[in-house]
Design a protein around this ligand. Structure first.
Ligand code: ZN
Length: 187
């Protein structure tokens, strides 16, 4: 769902309506980061948009769990690999060193954690309820930076942002009239 697309002069921040960019409720403290990429950089533009408490909670519930999985995985894998490197050097030069055997186990354990992590990533979408998944998706899709061009030969640079929430888009348009270059038809 998309209701509006605007092409604006490229800026680091725009004037933001004080309502949630997902559902139009009064904004809380939360914000969502939206990235815009170009051939120059995958994160050429970073813009923040306000969220209400409910949408922020829905977003955090999924993204936190996703991050936690990666974080714990790294916390376990890194020491195992360091242990393997240490035992590798300890065992160097000996014919059948016990350190090398321990190192082999550490390496195998690190491999197992990585495999478990990949399985978790594959199963993860199934572990969250449909309702949670949809709420998360709605937040992620509320604002998209469709394209952006850095300032250069062709002018000041511009960004194309599209919004799914109509009340937010209307206010945003009003508040940023001076930087608005073009209103594009929603597809
Ligand atoms: Zn909201």
């Amino acid at each position: 769902m998309e209701t509006a697309r605007f092409r604006l002069r490229k800026k680091t921040a725009y004037s933001l309506p004080e309502i949630c960019c997902v559902c139009g409720s009064p904004a809380g403290r939360g914000q969502i980061k939206v990235y815009g990429s170009s051939w120059l950089s995958p994160r050429l533009v970073t813009l923040l948009f306000p969220l209400c408490e409910e949408c922020e909670t829905a977003f955090n519930r999924v993204s936190r769990r996703r991050r936690a999985g990666c974080g714990y995985g790294t916390l376990v894998v890194v020491p195992l690999l360091v242990g393997w490197v240490v035992t590798f050097f300890l065992g160097k030069g000996e014919a059948n060193p016990p350190a090398t055997a321990i190192g082999g186990w550490l390496l195998a354990a690190a491999g197992a954690v990585i495999v478990i992590g990949l399985l978790y990533a594959a199963v993860f979408p199934v572990l969250i309820s449909r309702q949670e998944r949809e709420a998360y998706r709605r937040v992620v899709r509320a604002v998209r930076i469709e394209s952006c061009n850095p300032p250069g030969l062709f002018g000041d640079g511009d960004v194309v942002i599209r919004f799914a929430c109509e009340p937010f888009a209307t206010l945003f348009q009003k508040q940023n009239e001076r930087d608005l270059l073009e209103i594009r038809k929603a597809r």
